[in-house]
Write a protein that binds this ligand. Structure first.
Ligand code: ZN
Ligand code: ZN
Length: 380
């Protein structure tokens, strides 16, 4: 530790006035404050030195003695006293030296002290509900009944939590600020007021209906129209059907999250409705006019062209989903499939065999023949 004199430590001239000395100390104290230099021993020593210097130089009587006897002389006279070694002592002096609130503000602790005269209105929470629909519901649009519990504004107290304005009493402890301040060493600390739980007021006669909460949980039930063309994962917002606001704040919204269960026969691709159509081999080969049932139960006549391959898309225009955004509708897309029968009557088999022969295709059951011959071999 350097044995400079106190003026050098503070960086002021011997003729410096109290304002200059204060300013210089303040600068040093902030620079070397342990909270800003955790674990830095050197900073701590500088901090202590500055505190010692300030204690002497800021005091008119001590300063005069110091000037008269010089640094070492003064030190000896004080028999080592006057030198701060205890950090707590240094901190204790801060409040007096600069005024606690002032210092707190420097460190960004100065919270605005707005007086609260009563409860602050707050917006209610948004709520969400899952709504499960069938693909047919989505195709046609539907009405769904929604039921749930949520917070309602208390009607008895007009969402105030109390009946008369005189029921709100400003907290005597914090004078309505909701916060109390005290000096903790170097800092001015703000902390929520215990007496009023940081509210700044108390309510003398809370509304008995809502227990002073300004709202109550109640059951809600209403019907909602789900538009045609709604898709899986869509979110419908119903304004102000969430929780009521606190103390008269605006209500939150209700979000309906749409979930669509898969359909056995139909599926959706963008705005098209897609379905497979099972046809027999002759129908595919010869072509046909066939009646199919759409997802909504309506009958649609579909023309399967001659020589239609499997996997062909037959498009029925305008029979898909109503577009949720913009105008128009998607298409119904029929994908042709071939039904392969597992069992045939003897007559059917004979016809097919004849047909195969005419085509020149081999329909002999080679696999069966091969296995039979092995068995013959084993069994002799
Ligand atoms: Zn209070
Ligand atoms: Zn009430």
């Amino acid at each position: 530790m350097s044995k400079k004199n106190y003026y050098d430590i503070l960086g002021v001239s011997k003729t410096a006035d109290l304002a200059e000395i204060k300013k210089a100390y303040r600068k040093l104290a902030m620079k070397y404050h342990p909270d800003r230099n955790p674990g830095n021993k050197e900073a701590e020593e500088m901090f202590k030195e500055a505190a010692s210097a300030y204690e002497i130089i800021s005091d008119e009587k001590k300063r005069a003695q110091y000037d008269q006897y010089g640094h070492d002389g003064y030190q000896n006279m004080q028999s080592g006293g006057g030198q701060h070694t205890n950090m707590d002592d240094i901190f204790k002096n801060f409040g007096d030296m600069f005024g606690g609130a002032d210092f707190g503000d420097i460190f960004g602790q100065g919270a605005p002290r707005r007086k609260k005269s009563g409860p602050t209105p707050q917006r209610g929470h948004d709520l969400a509900q899952e709504v499960t629909l069938t693909l047919k519901d989505a195709y046609l649009g539907t009405k769904k009944e929604i039921s749930y519990y949520h917070a309602f504004a208390c009607s008895e107290c007009n969402h105030q939590g109390f009946k008369n304005k005189t029921d709100v009493v400003t907290c005597g402890q914090c004078k309505g600020a909701g916060q109390v301040r005290y000096q903790q060493g170097f800092f001015a600390v703000s902390q929520p007021c215990h007496a009023c739980q940081g509210q700044g007021y108390s309510i003398k006669n809370p509304c008995t209906n809502c227990k002073g909460q300004s709202r109550k949980q109640e059951f809600e039930r209403f019907s909602v129209t789900i538009p045609q063309g709604i898709f899986d994962g869509a979110e419908l917002r119903i304004a102000q059907k969430g929780d009521a606001g606190i103390y008269g704040g605006p209500s939150g919204d209700l979000f309906l999250r749409i979930k669509i269960t898969p359909d056995k026969k139909f599926h959706r691709i963008e705005n098209d409705l897609v379905s497979n159509l099972m046809l027999t081999y002759p129908q595919l080969v010869l072509g046909c006019q066939i009646e199919i049932e759409n997802i909504d139960g309506t009958k649609i006549s579909v023309k399967v062209p001659k020589g239609c391959p499997v996997g062909e898309k037959i498009i029925v225009a305008g029979k898909g989903f109503t577009k949720l955004k913009g105008f128009g509708t998607g298409n119904l897309i029929i994908i042709t499939q071939c039904h392969i029968p597992k069992k045939l009557t003897a007559e059917q088999k004979e016809s097919l065999d004849t047909f195969a022969q005419q085509l020149g295709t081999d329909v002999t059951d080679h696999q069966d023949g091969f296995i039979s011959s092995i068995f013959k071999k084993f069994l002799g």
